[in-house]
Ligand binder design. Structure first.
Ligand code: CO
Length: 450
């Protein structure tokens, strides 16, 4: 403590503001809470790795202070190669030498510097930077990021994982195994006999494949909805009644069919029906709302505030399901949370396998710090992912716990990451398409949304 502060403190004792004991403790407190001087961005690197087949992109920001760095998730698996130059060729020269401690300011600067904005490639590049800066701030403060956001409002995040099968009986078995592991929420999907499906592969050998006017698999919305309704009925008959069921339509039906489907599933009391409509059709949510009380989740494909603001402010959905890196990281996701809180819309952040553990840590951090948390999607981390990302947040009895180590609490083993370049363990279509997805067609050959 310098002389001026000491005199000030002595005056405070005299004025009765602090006790002598508090005054005596000041040097120790100053020493314990003194932050490092503001670090500057010295280097930005991109780690591109595919330890479990899915292409993960992580941004590493290195500061001018020895040993102080941070990681952020910039994963857009279907176009992963494009995020790398967005960071290296544009954000890196823009940010070198800038301070690391102005996170929102840096976000605004990056966001506006491309003039045209809100695409998934650029938003992910910004997310990599944004989350890395939060990681750095946490490491500086020696606190997990959840502490920087005000601390926990709950102990851990209740999460759901995926039960699926070629037949209804297989989905039920898969759900029971998940329930036995302690989960209270289960997403259920089943294949449609003879057809292409979503989230459940193909149905059993006994079913003949429906042939279309093309060589690929066929998806049709009517048989899909029929199979899904049979699945929910079976789940309600044979799974414990207090288990919450979730289901993902993956925007594969026509809007008016989605309105009817939401009415038909109301009797099965889903925790939520996800992506009943595509982002292009969000005006139809008004009809769903007027005609049923089915709980609605939406938003994993959103990149732009124009997509989520009306759905939240008009109370047309129950759960906002944004993928934080797709909108630019933790900084904008916190703002979406606050907007949603004002309208009593809860969160269900997107948590698929094609998300790095850094992105998962960001989800769990939001989950434990926002009052309007709903549920968290959980995809297990395969062993090779855990080899690369050390300190992944852990699920116990269906609750996801944030890591207590500083920042995100995750270290990236860069040598292990280098063992799994893009394309490692990739199969079929994804291998041929550089990690991209292929196509889904109707019987007559028309493309559908997937
Ligand atoms: Co989904």
């Amino acid at each position: 403590m310098n002389r001026r502060n000491l005199l000030k403190s002595a005056a405070s004792v005299f004025a009765g503001l602090v006790t002598k004991r508090e005054l005596a403790a000041q040097p120790a407190i100053a020493k314990a809470t003194r932050g490092l001087p503001s670090p500057k961005i010295k280097d930005i690197q991109v780690i591109a790795t595919a330890p479990a087949g899915l292409r993960l992109v992580v941004v590493k920001i290195i500061t001018d202070q020895d040993g102080l760095y941070g990681y952020g998730c910039a994963t857009f698996t279907q176009r992963a190669d494009l995020v790398v130059p967005a960071v290296e060729k544009y954000l890196k020269p823009f940010l070198l030498g800038k301070p690391t401690d102005r996170i929102d300011d840096t976000w605004q600067a990056c966001y506006n510097s491309s003039y045209w904005r809100n695409g998934p490639v650029l938003n992910n590049a910004i997310s990599g930077v944004d989350m890395a800066l939060w990681d750095i701030k946490g490491r500086q403060a020696n606190m997990p990021v959840y502490q920087l956001l005000g601390g926990k409002v709950r102990e851990a995040a209740d999460c759901y994982t995926h039960a699926s099968g070629g037949e209804i009986s297989q989905t039920l078995d898969s759900a029971r195994a998940i329930i036995d592991r302690g989960f209270r929420y289960v997403r259920v999907q089943v294949a449609t006999p003879g057809y292409e499906g979503y989230g459940a592969g193909r149905s059993g050998q006994a079913t003949a494949k429906v042939a279309g006017l093309h060589s690929g698999a066929v998806f049709e919305s009517t048989p899909y909805m029929r199979s899904a309704l049979k699945l929910f009925e079976a789940c309600r008959k044979s799974l414990p009644e207090d288990i919450e069921l979730l289901h993902d339509v993956h925007e594969r039906v026509h809007p008016i069919q989605a309105v009817r489907f939401a009415k038909d599933v109301e009797q099965f009391r889903l925790f939520f029906l996800e992506d009943a409509l595509s982002p292009e059709d969000i005006d139809y949510f008004k009809m769903i709302r007027q005609q049923s009380a089915t709980q609605i989740a939406m938003g994993e494909l959103f990149n732009n505030p124009h997509e989520w603001v009306p759905l939240i402010s008009q109370r047309l959905i129950d759960f906002i399901r944004i993928h934080p890196s797709m909108i630019g990281g933790l900084t904008p996701a916190r703002k979406v949370s606050a907007l949603a809180e004002a309208f009593n819309v809860r969160s269900a952040w997107h948590g698929p396998g094609d998300l790095s553990p850094i992105g998962a840590a960001c989800n769990v951090t939001l989950d434990v710090t926002i009052p309007n948390f709903g549920v968290q999607e959980h995809s297990p981390f395969p062993p090779h992912v855990q080899e690369v990302f050390q300190g992944c947040p852990v699920v116990k009895d269906g609750y996801w716990h944030p890591n207590d180590a500083p920042g995100w609490g995750i270290e990236v083993n860069e040598q292990a990451a280098a063992k799994y370049p893009f394309g490692s363990n990739e199969r079929d279509e994804r291998k041929d398409l550089n990690g991209g997805w292929g196509e889904v067609r109707k019987r007559d050959g028309a493309i559908i949304k997937q």
